[in-house]
Write a protein that binds this ligand. Structure first.
Ligand SMILES: *[C@@H]1O[C@H](CO)[C@@H](O)[C@H](O)[C@H]1NC(C)=O
Ligand SMILES: *[C@@H]1O[C@H](CO)[C@@H](O)[C@H](O)[C@H]1NC(C)=O
Ligand SMILES: *[C@@H]1O[C@H](CO)[C@@H](O)[C@H](O)[C@H]1NC(C)=O
Ligand SMILES: *[C@@H]1O[C@H](CO)[C@@H](O)[C@H](O)[C@H]1NC(C)=O
Ligand SMILES: *[C@@H]1O[C@H](CO)[C@@H](O)[C@H](O)[C@H]1NC(C)=O
Ligand SMILES: *[C@@H]1O[C@H](CO)[C@@H](O)[C@H](O)[C@H]1NC(C)=O
Length: 478
């Protein structure tokens, strides 16, 4: 098992080396063409990639590879579950890294994104380094194996750090070289430092009933009454319902271009939803494309009000289900309208930039901004007067996750595994600030893409909108 994993992992690394070399020299050629031809966009960091090709320390990487395969041989003799799971994480991180490098190559000529992609790669490298450190610690406790392995781990970690340095220096160096780059070295460095390095220690969780242990289900699944021609929507049950409306379920379909909507369909219970027997359609705006229309599938109902990202803006709208009137708030600096949506590897989900969420402590919004390099920002809102209570910054790239939800003050993010599974792999605890990216709670989907995912603290269920399928899962704590 271990041998296989490490084998795969370092095959990825080898590929990565090739990708880096290929990617960068391809970039270099494109860059030379650009210099002669079209003027690149202002503030572009394109020129950063000049002269990169030959300098990549691939030899170092090979040494790391050789050490790792020696490590593997030592480890296969032992049955260390901890080590095994760490190696599995390492494997996923390396896969991620490989994917990020591919993205980096693909995004190369879009300027801004190349810097962001480089930042993603840096984050991945930091995570890998910290996994290696943890592996070292874990192994160290089992005195029997060790001295040799520890030394080798040390070297691996050092090499990876060097490689990280390498990336950094080149961002910086090429920034100086390019007259067209407006940002100064200091700024760029400051931005690189701005996001704290991710830590991979177990999150203590923030729940009276324990931490998230698993996701089981789906408990129920069906196609909505609108059928598969409407792949974008949101649904759920009010976690804090008005008296007498405890069983109400709601469904919002983005009827216009898969992006906009204008009304909420209400069902008196889940079985009425299954039977397609709605109580009423509540009109939010007169059309799907006017001021304050519903935009994107990130909406929720909480305490008898509907919260959503409003039409063509980075505002959050609150539609009062009793009075049928709307109040709005601006999310400072937030990007919207498909700039930083959730994505799976081959496509992004339309207008998923601003995602509302509910949990035991109330209402949250998950979003990001260019200023934070597309890293997920989390804010807690006061639901009644729609004011911002507190904001947290994570080092999680929004565009590498497929969705996110809150439970017990902990942000959980999901990523794509294949067309049948996504998994919760990441958590950010707002109480401790601890980030963890080694979770593995896979859950089965009916279809490839997920548009909406939210947690209901009343029954601890997750509500998923999945290409016109609506599904529920049980979140298991303990
Ligand atoms: C790995 O082990 C082999 C033989 O066991 C040795 O020849 C090789 O030098 C080792 N590699 C490293 C990097 O230590
Ligand atoms: C340490 O590992 C090397 C190969 O990497 C091996 O040649 C050497 O015998 C090992 N030392 C001990 C003490 O196990
Ligand atoms: C591995 O652990 C040992 C003992 O805790 C420590 O001395 C060494 O510096 C660690 N190696 C790395 C790469 O952190
Ligand atoms: C988590 O749930 C899945 C799906 O129900 C199940 O197959 C798996 O064994 C569970 N894992 C744990 C650790 O309970
Ligand atoms: C909505 O209507 C209620 C009742 O008239 C009022 O108290 C509340 O302030 C209104 N809210 C907005 C945003 O207009
Ligand atoms: C919003 O409501 C909370 C209490 O729910 C209050 O403490 C806070 O001052 C209010 N903020 C504004 C801007 O009215």
């Amino acid at each position: 098992m271990i041998t296989l994993r490490m084998g795969l992992a370092f095959t990825s690394t080898t590929l990565l080396v090739l990708l880096l070399i290929l990617g960068l020299s391809k970039g270099q050629m494109e860059e030379e063409e650009k210099l002669k031809g079209v003027t690149p966009p202002p503030k572009s960091c394109l020129c950063e990639l000049q002269n990169l090709g030959a300098a990549f320390p691939w030899q170092e990487f090979q040494i790391v590879q050789s050490f790792s395969s020696n490590c593997t041989q030592t480890l296969t003799k032992q049955e260390f579950i901890e080590v095994d799971s760490l190696l599995a994480s390492l494997y996923y991180r390396l896969q991620n890294l490989e994917k990020d490098v591919k993205d980096f190559e693909a995004d190369f000529d879009t300027g801004l994104y190349s810097v962001i992609s480089l930042r993603i790669i840096e984050i991945e490298l930091t995570e890998i380094s910290s996994l290696l450190l943890k592996l070292n610690e874990t192994s160290h406790n089992k005195k029997a194996l060790l001295d040799n392995l520890t030394a080798q781990m040390q070297i691996m970690a050092d090499k990876l750090e060097e490689i990280e340095q390498f990336d950094r220096m080149h961002v910086v160096k090429r920034q100086q070289e390019s007259k067209r780059i407006k940002r100064s070295l200091k700024e760029c460095e400051a931005e690189l430092e701005a996001t704290p390095a991710p830590v991979t220690t177990p999150a203590p969780g923030n729940c009276p009933f324990g931490r998230l242990l698993n996701i089981t289900g789906p408990n129920s699944f069906m196609v909505t009454q609108y059928s598969t021609s409407y792949p974008y929507g949101a649904w759920g049950m009010d976690p804090k319902p008005a008296p007498g409306k405890e069983d109400r379920h709601w469904l919002v379909i983005l009827t216009s271009s898969n992006v906009y909507g204008s009304y909420i369909r209400m069902y008196s219970s889940h079985s009425d939803l299954v039977a397609a027997k709605q109580v009423e359609d509540i009109t939010v705006t007169s059309s799907a494309t006017t001021t304050n229309s519903i935009m994107g599938p990130g909406s929720v109902i909480y305490n008898n009000a509907y919260y959503y990202n409003c039409y063509s803006s980075s505002r959050v709208c609150r539609f009062d289900l009793t009075y049928k009137n709307i109040s709005t708030m601006e999310l400072p600096g937030a990007d919207s309208s498909n700039k930083f949506p959730y994505c799976q590897p081959s496509s992004c989900f339309l207008y998923t930039d601003i995602d509302l969420a509910t949990d035991e402590s109330g209402l949250w919004v998950i979003y990001t901004s260019q200023a934070k390099f597309g890293n997920v920002i989390l804010s807690r809102l006061d639901a009644n007067n729609l004011t911002l209570l507190q904001t947290w910054y994570t080092s999680l790239q929004k565009k590498i996750i497929t969705n996110a939800f809150m439970a017990c003050g902990v942000l959980y993010a999901t990523r794509f595994i294949d067309s049948s599974y996504d998994e919760v792999f990441y958590s950010f605890d707002t109480t401790t600030g601890v980030e963890q990216s080694t979770l593995a709670f896979p859950f089965k989907k009916m279809s490839t893409n997920i548009q909406h995912l939210n947690y209901n603290p009343r029954n601890r269920m997750l509500y998923l909108y999945n290409d016109a399928y609506i599904l529920t899962y049980q979140a298991v704590f303990g």
